[in-house]
Design a protein around this ligand. Sequence first.
Ligand code: KG4
Length: 333
Amino acid sequence: MKILAFESTCDETAVAVVEDGRKILSDQIFSQADLHAVYGGVVPEIASRCHVESISILARRAIEAAGITKQDIDAVAVSYAPGLIGAVLVGVNFAKSAALALGVPLIPVHHIRGHMAANYLAYPELEPPYLCLAISGGNTLLVDVRDYTDMKIIGATRDDAAGECFDKTARVLGLPYPGGRPIDQLSQGGDDTRYSFPIGHVDGNPYDMSFSGLKTAVINLVHNAEQKGEEIDRAALAASFTKAVSDSLVPRTMQAAAELGRDRIVIAGGVAANSRIRADFQKAAAEHGYQLFIPPLKLCGDNGAMIGAQAYYEYLAGVRAGSDLNAYATMEL
Ligand code: KG4
């Protein structure tokens, strides 16, 4: 089954063709990051307008690159929530029109479910059940994935997402947006014991997380140093910060896997590209005897293929949208 899949929830316009949820036939992505970098973050209206300009070009290219014709498409899928509402609307509206014009079913896909499904594209052997940590720019969730479409959130950030924390830390260090990769690069070789940062704990649920205290600690440290005219060891700061994020994620995930009796751990989302976090998860999973799945770097960030992958399983579960499908800024997983 060939699915034409659309992703436009933030600052990537992406269209892919995916076969049977596992094989990427084409994956076209236009990243707007450079357009937003000058503002230090995503400007919603610019994002929406850019999606409008590029989505039909990418759709044509995705079909061509897959070596198929429009008639070969069996269904259309779209990431319909959560995200910047004006941006999501562009993808939803285009996908609805495409499904109508092609006379094929329309499958709505939750953006975070898509991130998780990126792993199905990279690992043919991966099947539920598993425990998933989804770490992106807007969400940080620990999810018990019982089946392809049956999942339960067991923990979440109570405030900032992990990616947001990387982006804010990068901003205070004068690094470009999005800040995750520049912090990753800066931290290489930095002394991660040089600065001590708090690891967020919240009352009530051991699997809930908090990153706002860490963010504030970094901002205060940088501002205090500036006021006193003190030099900051930037590489050490980036490394110490990344260690604090990783220490917040890795032990919690290991503990949750043990409690739920899951022996497979899946990591998903843009922050899964972080070299330190990947290495820490690899080490911890090996120590605990868990199988670990982390997407290759190109499938960590937003892409259309991940939407096509999850859409296949949503389709098998009977999920369909009508032509009244709307876009949503927030949505339960
Ligand atoms: O999943 P994603 O592409 O978009 C959302 O769905 O939110 O995640 C984007 C986030 C940004 O906050 C970005 O700074 C972060 O992923 N990111 C990283 C790295 N690469 C991207 N964070 C840490 N280390 C990286 N190497």
